[in-house]
Design a protein around this ligand. Structure first.
Ligand code: ADP
Ligand code: MG
Length: 394
C-alpha cells in the first residue's frame, strides 16, 4: 500500500490546508492533561507552516453526539496547540457556521485556525454530503494526520478527502509504515502482548495475531476468559463466557502453528476494585471464590519478560492490570519495562496503555507509540480502513 504524502500536494505556499487532526485528549480543570496526541502531529503542522500554508485544524473531542456540549469545546486544546507551536491559534466557536467561514475566508499564510469540535455537527459521523461540502469549502487542500479515526467513515475523514486534493500527514504516514511492517514482514521472533479489559474488544486482533506471531502473551482482565475457558476457577474475576469458543479457537490455531499463547501463572487478587482493600498474590489455580484478579503477579512478569527478551519485534496493547490504582500497577510497570528495555523493534498502542507509558516516564523508550487504539488493531487485522483507502496512490 502506498499513501499519497505531503510531497504529492506540491507547493503549499499561499494555500489554506484543512488538517484533520486527532486532538481527542483528556482534559482536567479546563486544561489538557496529556498532550501526546497534539505533540505527535507537530511535525506535519510545522512542515506545512514553513512551506507558507495557512492551517484550518479540525478535530473531535469526546462523544457529544451531534450537539453542542460545553465541556467538549476545543478552547483548552487551542491554548495548548498555540503554546506548542509558538503561534497564535484562532479557536472559532463553530464548525462550519458564520464565524468559521469568516475567519477561514481571511486567513493569511502562517496563520492557524482551530474549528470547534467536529462532532457537535450531526453531519460529521453520518458523513453527510452537505456537511462535507461545507468543510471542504473552508480550504484548498486536505491533509489527514488523525490515525485514531482512520477506521471511521466520517465527513472529515473521508468526505473532505474526496472533495479536495488530499494527502496523509507525517504522523499518519509513519503509523501506516510501522503497522504495515508488523502486518507484512516483522523481524522474528514476533511477540505480541495483549491486555486490557475485554476479549470482545480485541477479538479480531487476537485471531489475526495468533495467525502471525511466535508468541502471544495475555494479561489484563482478558486473561481470565482464557483461563476460565480451560476450566480454571477464577473466582469473581471478569469473565466473558460467550467468548469461550473464540478463545478456544485461538488456542487451537496457536497449537497448530506451533505458536505459544502464554497466560498468567500468578495474579494479584482483592475482593473488589479499590485501592484500599486487602490484596494478595496467588497462583492462578488458587484464586479464592470471593476474590477477583486485578493484576498479573511477579512470576508472570518474569516469565513474560523472558519471552520478550528473545523477541525482535514486539507489539504491546493493553495494560496487564488495573494500573490506575497503585496496588495493581506492578504488572503493567514490569511488562512495560521489559518491553522498553528489549532490543526488539517495539510498538505500543491503546489509549490506556499510552497513559501507563506516560505515567512511567517511558515515552521515549519505545520505537513507535501508535496514536490509534481501535484503528491500529483493525489495521493489524488486515482490514481496509476508509480513512487510509481514500489516500492511497491512484
Ligand atoms: P487500551 O486502551 O490500552 O487498549 P483497554 O481499554 O482495553 O486498554 O483496557 C484498559 C482497562 O482495562 C483499564 O482501565 C484497566 O483498569 C482495565 N483492566 C486491566 N486489567 C484488569 C483486570 N484484571 N480487571 C479489571 N479491569 C482490568
Ligand atoms: Mg482503553
Amino acid at each position: 500500500m502506498r499513501l499519497r504524502t505531503l510531497e504529492s500536494l506540491g507547493d503549499v505556499a499561499g494555500k489554506r490546508v484543512f488538517v484533520r487532526v486527532d486532538f481527542n485528549v483528556p482534559l482536567e480543570d479546563g486544561r489538557v492533561a496529556d498532550d501526546l496526541r497534539i505533540r505527535a502531529t507537530l511535525p506535519t503542522l510545522t512542515e506545512l507552516l514553513e512551506g507558507g500554508a495557512s492551517l484550518v485544524l479540525a478535530s473531535h473531542l469526546g462523544r457529544p453526539k451531534g450537539q453542542v456540549v460545553e465541556k467538549y469545546r476545543l478552547g483548552p486544546v487551542g491554548d495548548r496547540v498555540a503554546e506548542l507551536l509558538g503561534r497564535d491559534v484562532a479557536a472559532v466557536g463553530d464548525v462550519v457556521g458564520d464565524e468559521a467561514r469568516a475567519v477561514c475566508g481571511h486567513v493569511e499564510p502562517g496563520e492557524v485556525v482551530l474549528l470547534e469540535n467536529l462532532r457537535f455537527e450531526p453531519g460529521e459521523e453520518a458523513n453527510a454530503p452537505e456537511f462535507a461540502d461545507a468543510l471542504a469549502s473552508l480550504a484548498d487542500l486536505y491533509v489527514d494526520d488523525a490515525f485514531g479515526v482512520a477506521h471511521r467513515e466520517h465527513a472529515s475523514v473521508v468526505g473532505v478527502a474526496e472533495r479536495l486534493p488530499s494527502a496523509a500527514g507525517r504522523l499518519l504516514q509513519r503509523e501506516v509504515e510501522v503497522l504495515s511492517k508488523l502486518l507484512e514482514g516483522p523481524d522474528e521472533p514476533y511477540v505480541a502482548v495483549l491486555g486490557g479489559a475485554k476479549v470482545s474488544d480485541k477479538l479480531g486482533a487476537i485471531s489475526a495475531l495468533v495467525a502471525r506471531v511466535d508468541a502471544l502473551l495475555i494479561g489484563g482482565a482478558m486473561a481470565f476468559t482464557f483461563l476460565a475457558a480451560e476450566g480454571v476457577d477464577v473466582g469473581k474475576s471478569l469473565v466473558e463466557p460467550d467468548r469461550f469458543d473464540d478463545v478456544r479457537a485461538a488456542q487451537k490455531l496457536a497449537t497448530e502453528r506451533g505458536a505459544l499463547i502464554q497466560l498468567p501463572e500468578d495474579v494479584v487478587v482483592a475482593p473488589e476494585v479499590r485501592a484500599d482493600v486487602e490484596r494478595r498474590t496467588v497462583g492462578v489455580d488458587a484464586i479464592p471464590r470471593d476474590m477477583m484478579g486485578l493484576d498479573v503477579g511477579p512470576r508472570t512478569v518474569e516469565e513474560f519478560a523472558r519471552t520478550v527478551a528473545d523477541a525482535r519485534t514486539i507489539l504491546w496493547n493493553g495494560p496487564m492490570g488495573v494500573f490506575e490504582l497503585e496496588p495493581f500497577s506492578a504488572g503493567t510497570r514490569g511488562v512495560a519495562r521489559a518491553v522498553a528495555g528489549s532490543k526488539a523493534f517495539t510498538v505500543v498502542g491503546g489509549g490506556d496503555s499510552l497513559l501507563a507509558v506516560n505515567r512511567l516516564g517511558l515515552e521515549g523508550s519505545f520505537d513507535h507509540l501508535s496514536t490509534g487504539g481501535g484503528a491500529s488493531l483493525e489495521f493489524l487485522e488486515g482490514k481496509e480502513l476508509p480513512g487510509i483507502a481514500v489516500l492511497e496512490e491512484r
